[in-house]
Design a protein around this ligand. Structure first.
Ligand code: BGC
Length: 741
């Protein structure tokens, strides 16, 4: 009995002690003094993050949020923006709260604040991290001038299932590439120092495994082995931590039965101890309310204690911390050290952002007026849209269209003039009225073209369809803008059948039946799985959701003033039944054979190959590659990198650009390795008929992989190196690494 009591006492101590990191940076005298002056309620208040948004037309704080500001029981607000308005909020804090602690002011700025860039998935198709970094700088500049000091971006979930609508927010299926993009985004958003009022605190979300939701259903369960977690989900998050990101947002879901906000392994062992992260961890929206629903907490008080002790510092919107932490500390269920640690992290972040020195530095009405939709930002948005657009099909080289040809053009389809749908699902403060649609862009420079919408994205009347077909009949070439409504992707937007919604396929069939050349411009937040579309259209330009300047970009691409430079950051399946299908499929002992031999992997009713492989993207000139050569760089006995050189030939009649990609595989490893994984790429531009060499360096360190216990292994033995213009058609060469010393 005595022993049991002792055991229970020990357990109680263990449970009320938070996940701690002995090496947390020391707080400044200012933060220490504040902490000493704070009541328990004020401390819990600093961990309380509330939405200030309650109107469709603009931001404002509800009366109870205002009174929380005055009482010092809220540490940050989100969904608030606008220089004048955010200035008022900070003034309210300074004038009325006892300790005058400025507010963190957060907003979801996923692909631009007011200048809307192509969606993150689209941006990833550019394979241009430098340009993505510049776009993030512009987004930060605009958001910061409007008083936002914290953005809930980048979204770093690796997405391998097109049914999952949130695929649109990330960089696609390759963990290695997602890590590269993560670095660019963190640099762009945070700048050199967080105190720079042209930059903002970035927040890596959703940590971790959110993209692996079962069935592609948003918010659903995940179940990940340590190996899958380490090699597939964590690389972009680790890259963000190493790039100095100041915040992580814990995921709603649970990669191992323990939801993100209570996941000590992820928040403490991996994030803080292993990666040395010293920033802030925030919950996702109302996540504490969900712990009892998950079945891992009794009630909200239990949620608050479990989340804080696991390492969650701020509570978004559940009001669990503010309501329960004071009592949890008073009754000893949560140690005061645990509370102080989280409060210190919040105060230190405010200090790093320069908020104590000048809470108004970012809320600058004049700067806001100059930087918002600055012409440079608009130009950047258009450039990124051009570089993100993927040419999937171009039969008989129908594109680009000849500007001098006397052709009657028809622009048809529900996405030709859809402003909000051209922006995408996270338009922040973007204004649909400022969006250049494809129709608007064509109106600016083409004298004559016929237009018919063909109805709406999800419904069309017989008359609308008939009018569209009649318009097509009177033309020589049809541009057909089809796809998804913006809100069909993004959060809570999973689709079991991500095909062309409504009557769009019927419209396509009716128009292609006329026998005219039909160019489909596809606007969507994910790969559209619709074989008829790819079969019937003469050309397909995947524009994703190209942002506020998308129409101009598309018009320029269609008429050859710009080239579509995008390559797929995700595989496009032929049918939903193929999911999961990615370029980095794990191998099997019974690989598929071309003749579909029995007792080998595959389907009896469908090919194993995708509709379009990862990395695919045509140029306006055809390119070919020769077999690559590979050499080792560094000390002969202990090399540090592979150098892959691939001869490239422009076989066409115009100057053009393509993307050479390198994939690798370790032939014999501690645990079997994916068939190929993207590890490097290089964009190359060649004059007509010219040849060049794409040189790609792959640090050996980037080839580290993990086994089932989560143990890291350095690359060893023989590696297969594959170079190609997409993941499916590659040429290979092998190299053997010297034995480790
Ligand atoms: C989303 C987050 C977002 C938050 C605040 C949540 O529902 O999952 O990505 O940052 O809302 O808007």
């Amino acid at each position: 009995m005595k022993n049991t009591a002792r055991l229970l006492a020990c357990l109680a101590v263990l449970l009320c002690v938070s996940a701690a990191d002995a090496q947390e940076p020391q707080p400044s005298p200012r933060v220490t003094a504040l902490l000493q002056a704070m009541t328990l309620e004020e401390k819990a208040g600093q961990l309380n993050l509330l939405s200030g948004h309650n109107a469709v037309t603009g931001p404002y704080a509800t009366p109870d949020v205002e009174s929380a500001i005055k009482q010092g029981t809220v540490g940050g607000l989100f969904n608030v923006y606008g220089a004048a308005y955010t200035r008022n909020l900070q003034e309210l804090t300074l004038a009325h709260s006892r300790l005058k602690i400025p507010l963190l002011l957060g907003f979801d700025v996923l692909h631009g604040y007011r200048t809307i860039f192509p969606t993150p998935l689209a941006q990833a198709a550019s394979f241009n991290p430098e340009l993505i970094e510049q776009a993030e700088r512009a987004a930060a500049r605009e958001a910061a001038a409007a008083g936002v000091n914290w953005v809930y971006a980048p979204m770093l979930d690796v997405a391998r299932d097109p049914r999952w609508g949130r695929m649109v927010e990330g960089a696609g299926e390759s963990p290695w590439y997602a890590a590269l993009i993560a670095q660019a985004r963190v640099k762009g958003l945070q700048g050199e120092t967080l105190s720079d009022p042209a930059h903002v605190l970035a927040c890596a979300k959703h940590f971790a495994g959110n993209g692996a939701v079962e069935g592609g259903r948003d918010y659903s369960a995940t179940d990940l082995s340590l190996r899958a977690l380490r090699d597939q989900e964590l690389p972009p998050f680790k890259a963000a931590a190493q790039s100095g990101i100041g915040c992580f947002m814990a995921a709603f879901n649970a990669p191992d039965g323990t939801p993100g906000i209570t996941n000590r392994f992820l928040l403490d062992d991996v994030l803080r101890k292993e990666w040395g992260f010293h920033g802030l961890v925030v919950s996702d929206f109302g996540a504490m309310l969900e712990l009892p629903v998950h079945g891992v907490a009794q009630d909200l008080s239990d949620s608050a204690s479990k989340a804080l002790l696991a390492g969650t510092d701020m509570d978004m919107q559940a009001r669990a911390f503010v309501a329960h932490l004071p009592q949890l500390v008073t009754t000893g269920r949560v140690s005061s050290d645990a509370l102080d640690r989280a409060v210190t992290r919040v105060l230190m972040m405010k200090e790093k952002l320069g908020l104590f020195d000048d809470p108004f530095a970012r809320s600058d009405v004049e700067r806001e007026a100059t930087v918002i939709e600055h012409p440079d930002h608009l130009a950047l948005s258009r450039q990124l849209a051009e570089e993100s657009t993927v040419l999937l099909k171009n039969k008989d080289g129908i594109l680009p269209l000849d500007p001098h040809a006397p052709q009657r053009i028809a622009l048809i389809g529900p996405l030709s003039d859809a402003k909000a749908d051209t922006m995408g699902p996270w338009p922040a403060h973007g204004d649909p009225a400022h969006v250049v649609t494809l129709r608007a862009a064509m109106q600016k420079s083409l004298k004559n073209f016929a237009f018919a919408s063909g109805g709406h994205i999800e419904q069309a009347s017989d008359q609308e369809m008939a009018k569209a077909v009649a318009t097509a009949r009177r033309s020589d070439v049809v541009i057909l803008a089809l796809g998804e409504r913006a809100t069909m992707s993004g959060e809570a937007a999973s689709r079991a059948q991500p095909d062309l919604p409504g009557r769009q396929r019927e419209l396509l069939l009716k128009i292609t039946a006329l026998g005219k050349p039909v160019i489909v411009v596809l606007l969507a937040g994910r790969p559209i799985i619709d074989p008829v579309l790819y079969d019937k259209a003469m050309a397909v330009l995947l524009a994703w959701q190209p942002g506020s300047q998308g129409g101009d970009a598309l018009k320029r691409i269609l008429w050859g003033e710009a080239e579509p430079l995008g390559h797929l950051p995700v595989t496009i399946p032929r049918q939903v039944g193929q999911i999961p299908i990615t370029h980095d499929r794990r191998p099997t002992g019974r690989p598929a054979t071309p003749d579909n031999k029995p007792y080998t992997t595959g389907y009896s009713d469908l090919s194993l190959t995708p509709q379009y492989p990862f990395g695919f993207g045509l140029s306006y000139a055809p390119f070919s590659l020769d077999t690559p050569t590979v050499s080792l760089q560094g000390d002969a006995n202990k090399p540090d990198a592979l150098v892959i050189e691939t001869p490239v030939h422009n076989q066409g009649k115009r100057r053009s650009t393509t993307l050479v990609q390198v994939y690798t595989r370790q032939d014999v490893a501690a645990v079997s390795q994916p068939e190929k994984q993207l590890r490097g790429f290089a964009r190359i531009t060649l004059e007509r008929g010219a040849s060049g060499v794409a040189k790609i360096n792959i640090p050996l360190e980037s080839l580290i992989y993990h086994d089932g216990a989560g143990t890291a292994h350095a690359p060893a033995g023989t590696l297969t190196i594959m170079a190609g213009l997409n993941a499916q058609e590659t040429q290979q060469v092998k190299i053997t690494l010297p034995p480790a010393r």
